[in-house]
Design a protein around this ligand. Sequence first.
Ligand code: AHR
Length: 320
Amino acid sequence: MRKLLASVLGIALAAAGTFAGEITVGFAQLGAESMWRTANTDSVKGEAARRGINLVFSDAQQKQENQIKAVRSFIAQGVDVIGLPPVVESGWEPVLREAQEAGIPVILTDRRVDTSDESLYTAFLGSNFITEGENAGNWLVRELMGRYGVVKGEVFELVGTVGAAPAIDRKKGFEAVIAKHPNLNIVKSQSGDFTRAKGKEVMEAFIKSPEWDKAATKIIYGHNDDMVLGAIQAIEEAGINPGKECIIIGVDAIADAFEAIAQGKMHCTVECNPLLGPQLFDMVEAVVAGKEVPKTVYSIEGTYDYYCAEALLPWRRTLY
Ligand code: AHR
């Protein structure tokens, strides 16, 4: 009787769809370098738990070789789907081919890989980093016009991790916009690896450079808010007023950036959405069920500045 009940229940559950806990996803997180990343990890872990999906999670500490090892171990474990936010763009083809040969779909999240063979991954879910760079550039051009009636200034750029898609594309998008304005130029550009500590270090070096002394309109463009917040510390420690003597733009729209803007220490943050968990597991469930998924899904994102930061801060604190 018990066996009969179990098999009837089994058939009913199978008809209703996938068993809770039946799907196993390997997620090779790239690190924990920023508040954005922490929010991204929480979103992935939280959503997997809500859906009863087995999540095998690893943290590569910003090292590609660790991520590759994690993907290989997911292949060996025979997970159903692999989620991969690649730390850098290049060097992924061999391991993606191994996953393909093992019949395990790979969903790229957050960052893209540089490959001409799009069959190596099932889908990409994340931001358009070129658009984010353009958003930062367009905001700056409008701000300069509004303040001075002329687009003129010297940009000190805090670059993200070398070789990472957001570092490459946020630079590309920003440069495409400012290229139309001959008196607006990047005068210093250095990687702060997307961390607050390195952002501060790089800014300390910028302040000591001759370019800083020469700059009439000092603009700081950071590829993420964490580096910018580190830079603001360096600026304040040097006795400079960040809100009054500089124009400061970041990317991510973390709550701490809204707070810095509300305090008058920063001017603008371009949104990059880390809350990808729900969309990722919608895709995972569709892929496991044998359904088609779109090849590319971009997040819809805004740009926030001192007009709205204070009013929006309580709401943003509930997000990330
Ligand atoms: O890939 C997204 C970027 O990675 C975020 O902008 C940054 O904060 C993170 O480290």
